[in-house]
Design a protein around this ligand. Structure first.
Ligand SMILES: C[S@@+](CC[C@H](N)C(=O)[O-])C[C@H]1O[C@@H](n2cnc3c(N)ncnc32)[C@H](O)[C@@H]1O
Length: 292
């Protein structure tokens, strides 16, 4: 997680950083203990661990909640440690003027297995509070940013939500825990297909995914009570403003690539007036356009 103070703003980077030091020890500061290759065989009620690590090291790790006696990573305990870290992050960010993250949103993140949404080689980092590469030069967003954007969208069980930028499908899964239905669009076919498979495999039945240019929104399913855009356009796309319901909230990073972007919340009033609130400085991958 990168936090630098930019004027009175906190800069949250959502593109992969080379290395992210963990505060408070972090959820995964001990992950390197599991960096070797190992396999686990179960035969005749006997667990045989073939590993580069000694059996006693694995048992110590197991006792600490880092893995089980089979050397597998205990994702559940890592996830809960990540939630604790996000709670701290929320308190810290609040001191710099960012809105606090609600317990309801943290509970939603606490239910979603982030490790299932990242490529195998990234799984051991899944509960670090930082973005990770998902291929095709794209990222799964930093958990703090997912939490912040989800919270700002104020999603409830009756809401229909649109997400632009499915990526791994993780943000859609978090929204699925809070919303009535979630529609999500991804422009890169390989990512969109993989995310749809993951969401289906994990049973997120209220999420509908499609491939396409999210700039145009999803007119057939509009209006939306909340719209989350997880890639940055230089300006808010007009079709998305039109597809926002009266009383609806749009959470969107706005700004040019490689410049400081601003996370904005747009709310639509009854008379059609749109109120814009600047929340935080952020850095996202750009919202690209389908040239066709
Ligand atoms: C930071 S990633 C999103 C992470 C994602 N929400 C998740 O939970 O993994 C941004 C995503 O937006 C996608 N994207 C960029 N421009 C787009 C567009 N015009 N329409 C739909 N998706 C787009 C990128 O391909 C990328 O997968």
């Amino acid at each position: 997680m990168t936090i630098t103070q930019a004027g009175s703003l906190i800069l949250h980077s959502d593109v992969p950083t080379h290395f992210s030091p963990q505060r408070n020890g972090g959820a995964n500061s001990s992950n390197d203990a599991f960096s070797g290759h190992y396999s686990c065989l179960i035969a005749d009620n006997e667990v045989m661990v073939m590993a580069r690590f000694s059996r006693s090291l694995l048992l110590i790790a197991s006792a600490l909640g880092l893995g089980n006696a089979c050397g597998q990573i205990n994702y559940e305990s890592q996830r809960q440690a990540m939630i604790e870290e996000l709670r701290d992050e929320s308190r810290l960010s609040e001191e710099y003027g960012a809105p606090p993250i609600s317990e309801r949103t943290l509970a939603a993140l606490g239910k979603v297995p982030r490790h299932e949404f990242v490529p195998n080689e990234q799984q051991r980092y899944a509960y670090e509070n930082r973005p990770l590469s998902i291929g095709a030069r794209q990222t799964i967003s930093q958990p703090y940013i997912v939490a912040l954007m989800t919270d700002l969208a104020e999603v409830t069980k009756n809401d229909t939500v649109l997400e632009i930028g499915t990526g791994s499908g993780y943000q859609a899964a978090v929204l699925s825990e809070l919303a009535g239905s979630v529609y999500t669009i991804e422009i890169i076919e390989m990512l969109g297909r993989r995310a749809a498979n993951t969401l289906e495999r994990l049973g997120y039945e209220n999420v509908t995914a499609r491939i396409g240019d999210g700039y145009a929104g999803w007119p057939d399913q509009a209006p939306f009570d909340a719209i989350l855009v997880t890639a940055a356009p230089e300006e808010v796309p007009q079709p998305l403003i039109e597809q926002l319901a009266v009383g609806g909230r749009m959470v969107i990073p706005v700004g040019a690539e490689n410049e400081v972007q601003i996370l904005r919340v747009l709310t639509k009033e009854e008379d059609g007036l749109v109120i814009v609130r600047n929340v935080s400085a952020v850095r996202f991958v750009p919202l690209t356009r389908d040239e066709n």
